[in-house]
Design a protein around this ligand. Structure first.
Ligand code: B1M
Length: 211
């Protein structure tokens, strides 16, 4: 059985070479790409998040861990795309205008991709009209918006209002997430749902599309 302790430690320690070596080793031992993502890369980042909240890790270390995690993801991404049963649905993701935090949003995107969703990631600092243009262009099942700043949260509501103005709101589900957001906030702006972390975001998307 493949174990991921060394991979998790390499993510936590921000060791790029070791992350790549451990991902390749797991693959050569027959590990499943989704398993590597969940039990190695994401599990490592979860520890980083806990340590950061506890004041045991500092920002530059968090950023380094996120960077090396993405190096690992780069290796398994083509496999995730192959093994994930594409056709679960299409999701547009982005961090709202004025906000450049993207670590959490990328984790949600990768997890959705790993579960078989097609994800169009618009990146960060995405204006309401850019979200709407992307909805018109890609015709997604779900629009996901992320915000990490209390000052940028209102831009989620702005996007939903613009979708309504353009007559697009009823064509898709809208979900939101990011540390300062909440279920109550999602309801107040007319979103269909809120997820506190990446795993529950995937569950939420599945639930909304099944309903
Ligand atoms: Co900034 N920052 N930051 N920052 N930063 C916070 C958010 C802050 C809480 C730190 C603090 O003061 N304690 C604070 C916000 C305060 C507030 O508004 N209440 C803050 C601030 C103030 C700022 C600046 C204004 C600082 C300055 O310049 N004076 C500035 C703003 C820049 C801007 O956006 N315009 C700024 C800048 C930065 C960096 C660039 C240095 C860097 C971002 C790098 C990057 O993203 N590429 C950064 C970072 C790293 C943080 C902290 C330390 C960590 C955020 C993070 O990545 N967490 C953060 C403090 C903290 O959170 N404790 C902080 C790890 C990540 C895995 O978690 O993003 O929560 P998270 O994502 C989770 C869930 O929230 C959820 O799933 C993810 C995975 O489980 N989720 C979703 C996220 N999006 C989702 C979408 C969904 C569903 C779930 O559906 C669509």
């Amino acid at each position: 059985m493949v174990t991921y302790d060394a991979l998790r430690q390499a993510v936590i320690g921000g060791d790029e070479k070791e992350v790549e070596a451990q991902v390749n080793k797991a693959l050569s031992e027959g590990a499943d790409a989704q398993d590597i993502l969940k039990n190695g890369l994401i599990a490592g980042m979860e520890v980083v998040g806990q340590r950061f909240r506890a004041g045991e890790m500092f920002l530059p270390e968090v950023l380094l861990s996120a960077e090396v995690m993405h190096k690992g993801l780069d290796i398994i991404n083509p496999l995730l795309a192959k093994t994930g049963h594409k056709g679960q649905g299409k999701v547009i993701m982005g961090t709202v205008e004025g906000d450049i935090h993207d670590i959490g949003k990328r984790i949600v995107s990768f997890l959705l991709e790993g579960t078989g969703f097609e994800v169009v990631d618009l990146g960060v600092d995405v204006k309401a009209d850019a979200f709407v243009e992307a909805v018109e262009k890609h015709n997604p099942d779900v629009l996901g918006m992320s915000a990490l700043l209390t000052t940028t949260m209102p831009n989620m509501g702005k996007t939903i209002e613009l979708l309504k103005e353009k007559g697009l709101r009823k064509k898709l589900k809208v979900i939101i997430g990011g540390a300062p957001t909440s279920d109550a906030f999602a309801k107040s702006i007319g979103a269909d749902g809120y997820a506190p972390e990446a795993g529950s975001a995937v569950e939420l998307v599945k639930k909304l599309l099944a309903s």
